[in-house]
Design a protein around this ligand. Structure first.
Ligand SMILES: *[C@@H]1O[C@H](CO)[C@@H](O)[C@H](O)[C@H]1NC(C)=O
Ligand SMILES: *[C@@H]1O[C@H](CO)[C@@H](O)[C@H](O)[C@H]1NC(C)=O
Ligand SMILES: *[C@@H]1O[C@H](CO)[C@@H](O)[C@H](O)[C@H]1NC(C)=O
Ligand SMILES: *[C@@H]1O[C@H](CO)[C@@H](O)[C@H](O)[C@H]1NC(C)=O
Ligand SMILES: *[C@@H]1O[C@H](CO)[C@@H](O)[C@H](O)[C@H]1NC(C)=O
Ligand SMILES: *[C@@H]1O[C@H](CO)[C@@H](O)[C@H](O)[C@H]1NC(C)=O
Length: 294
């Protein structure tokens, strides 16, 4: 096939995917994983928005039916308003095997009037302990903002309204999130033992239910797998990545804008970085830590 034809084909496919994304609601791709009593799907856009709640009985989680290997995964979230100390609103991806992979956005609530923290984490081959925390430049409970993972063969980007806040690169000789398709989750849960000021501020149940709203969940620019153990399907996702927008060209490394974004985040908003703790306690820099901030 000529270069032009291939480009045209990719363009047509992209248009098709975009159309499908518009037409479908949450429940085509997701189901209630736990806490059905605290899952509300309100109007007017029935099926496009879901409210996940936390009460003294249970939290709530939705999960994707299928796992994915590479793609762009996004949702818009409005976190719990007012007193939210001890609560955690999360958008995350995880494989469910031994030595699993995981990517997390976790919004740590606070007492009334104090700012949320956004914690991110990466698990590779079952090992996490890669927390970073930032303050946000807006109040995430006041309006919807978009949170996205762009995951391909070369790197994972964490994006907030398309601003890069974190990168995890695929470095030679270091483990990476590959060959393990991940499910996508949204959830609202009780993290009072650690979330707010290290667990000092607890949940105040008088304010329950604590509710976060998720809308425009988009997993369509991605490679879906039906059987996570089937190597043929995983190989097909590698092949798809190399002809997709998410897995080629500018998306394989940081753009100039993303380098600028990350420097801005580190300078103005970073409040905790596991790499600094590693240096403090083990006295050596992990190879990945040299690459986390450009
Ligand atoms: C949980 O909350 C409900 C409603 O506020 C209250 O009636 C109930 O006593 C609480 N249960 C516990 C175990 O705290
Ligand atoms: C992983 O999820 C799939 C799909 O829900 C399920 O069939 C499988 O049993 C799960 N595996 C583990 C180890 O939980
Ligand atoms: C998990 O990873 C360890 C090394 O970190 C390896 O020894 C072990 O075989 C792996 N287990 C599975 C089931 O892949
Ligand atoms: C909550 O507010 C306090 C005081 O401003 C701040 O130190 C803390 O980082 C905030 N976030 C969390 C999750 O504790
Ligand atoms: C793996 O997936 C491919 C493509 O979906 C399918 O043709 C094949 O039968 C599957 N193999 C196994 C062992 O399930
Ligand atoms: C990847 O790069 C292209 C530009 O080549 C851009 O249009 C696209 O939005 C990027 N991101 C994804 C997730 O495809």
């Amino acid at each position: 096939m000529g270069k032009m034809n291939l480009a045209l084909l990719v363009l047509c496919f992209s248009a098709l995917f975009a159309a499908a994304a518009e037409a479908s609601g949450i429940w085509d791709d997701f189901y209630v994983f736990n806490g059905p009593v605290n899952v509300k799907s309100p109007g007017p856009k029935v099926g496009k928005t879901v409210v996940l709640g936390l009460t003294n009985q249970t939290g709530a989680t939705i999960a994707s039916y299928s796992p994915y290997l590479f793609g762009r995964f996004s949702t818009k979230i409005k976190t719990v308003k007012g007193y939210s100390a001890g609560t955690v609103t999360s958008f995350h991806m995880a494989s469910n095997r031994t030595n699993w992979s995981e990517l997390d956005f976790e919004f740590l609530g606070n007492v009334t009037g104090q700012p949320y923290s956004l914690q991110t984490n990466v698990f590779v081959e079952g090992h996490g302990n890669r927390e970073q925390r930032i303050n946000l430049w807006f109040d995430p409970s006041a309006a919807y903002h978009e949170y996205a993972f762009l995951w391909n063969q070369k790197q994972v980007l964490f994006l907030v309204d398309n601003i890069a806040i974190r990168v995890f690169k695929n470095l030679k000789g270091n483990p990476f999130l590959d060959y393990q398709p991940m499910y996508v989750y949204g959830s609202e849960w009780d993290g009072e033992s650690w979330a707010t000021r290290g667990g000092l501020d607890k949940i105040n149940w008088a304010y329950a239910p604590f509710e976060a709203s998720f809308t425009a969940i988009n997993t369509h620019n991605a490679c879906k797998v039906t059987d996570p153990q089937n190597i043929t399907q995983l190989d097909a996702c590698y092949a798809q990545a190399s002809i997709s927008t998410y897995g080629q060209g500018v998306n394989l490394s940081l753009t100039r804008k993303q380098v600028h974004d990350l420097r801005w985040i580190r300078r103005k908003f970073l409040t905790y970085d596991y790499c600094e703790m590693v240096v403090k306690f083990a006295g050596k820099v992990l190879p990945e830590c040299r690459q986390n901030w450009p």
